[in-house]
Design a protein around this ligand. Structure first.
Ligand SMILES: [Zn+2]
Length: 65
């Protein structure tokens, strides 16, 4: 269990705060990637949002729809 938390403990790309940010799922509504889902983080401190860099097709899913 501790390992999972450690993995979620990431550093904000903007303010450098290391913590467990909010997780956000997004979906492209237009363009070439329309319908594609992406995962994002939001910093609890500065509210900066960035795309999860480990977001490749494989790790997208916890399997939930
Ligand atoms: Zn931040």
């Amino acid at each position: 269990m501790g390992r999972l938390l450690e993995k979620l403990n990431v550093k904000c790309r903007s303010c450098g705060n290391k913590h467990i940010p909010y997780r956000i799922t997004g979906k492209y509504l237009n363009g070439g990637d329309k319908g594609k889902r992406i995962h994002m983080w939001q910093c609890r401190e500065c509210r900066h949002i960035w795309v999860d860099s480990s977001d490749k097709n494989s790790s997208l899913g916890t399997g939930r729809t």
